[in-house]
Write a protein that binds this ligand. Sequence first.
Ligand SMILES: [Zn+2]
Length: 412
Amino acid sequence: MVAVSVWDRVVGQDAVVGELTEAARVTGAARPDNHAWLLLGPAGSGRSVAALAFAAALQCENSQSPGCGRCHSCTTTLAGTHPDVRRVVPEGLSIGVDVARDLVRAAASAPAVGRVRILVVEDADRLTEQAGNALLKALEEPAAHTVFVLCAPSDEDVLPTVRSRCRIVRLRVPGAASVAALLVREGAEPAVAAFVGRAAQGHVGRARWLAADEGARRRRAEVLKLPGRLRSPAECLAAAADLVDAAAEEARAATAARDQDEMAALRSAYGAGATSGPAPARSGGSARSSTGAGRASSRSGGGRALLARGAAGAVKELETAQKRRGKRTQLDALDRALIDLAGWYRDVLVQQLGGGAELIHPDQQAQTRLLSERSSAAMTLRRIEAVLACREALGANASPLLAVESLMLDLH
Ligand SMILES: [Zn+2]
């Protein structure tokens, strides 16, 4: 593999890399046969990394191996400064119709320097229905020079009308060895890389995070101690409360600073507008993009009362959005913990069945072996199913505490 290719960071996806490289190669002087692509893959599979690499390959000046990683087009695309590559990265929970309309306008304008104009929408699953419908027109009758690259976890997460207009590319969960190799290329110790590559179970971001953050490794260790604590119903309930609290704490730590910054920016924007001077640029609603995100909102002598009402409304809207984001972050943290737990019981099962498959959590082998000797494979299977059922319940909006309590009692 060429050391600097844009595909280097697309881990364990040989088939996808082959397909996208080929599409970029046939582009030649025109755009690829397909003007709308949908990259599907679970969290951590690297779908947004693949989308950016594809954008670079489409702009690449090296027609033999598109995505060379060395030319000006490749490097500016990866750096987020290529004028013809625009990325929409949702910061909140949804991508609204305003952002979609901006994209439609951008899709209609000619590329500034490149062959094609590329619009990347990460987390297209967060397009509201209205936003999806606004995009449809551009997806149906695209300008000749425009390529859309949408990313989402799975088929069901995308509006069928949007999906049916896209060429679908499926990413798989990368293997532990590919993840470890990436981390080594990024400078991690081989032993650490091998350990977190397995522990992260194919989630590249999680592997990086475990490799870099001692707090994350400590939280993982705490989670994996839970099975040993479930000796009585009372202890099960206590373990459930601890797990839910830890997820809430993790979410608070992850979002507090950003919430404060956003609120300060909002207040100062309205504060500045309330006195005098030019109208402040709006921050682009629920999404930002690497080029031309902001839109100036003009305000013509409508009076301060109107502005004050607007400010109060905007603050309330932001508070609601932040609350939703906090909840989502907490659920994500809880879900990661459950994936770790499922892996722990899977290791128990591996030892019960023999056959020598590699363990996900080799550092826990003393504990998992103990349980493998004291229980049956059928019991372990039921426990794994209970963990997966809990993940599903949380995905369907069950109360986190109730769902986790019920799980801990099942694992008991
Ligand atoms: Zn290049």
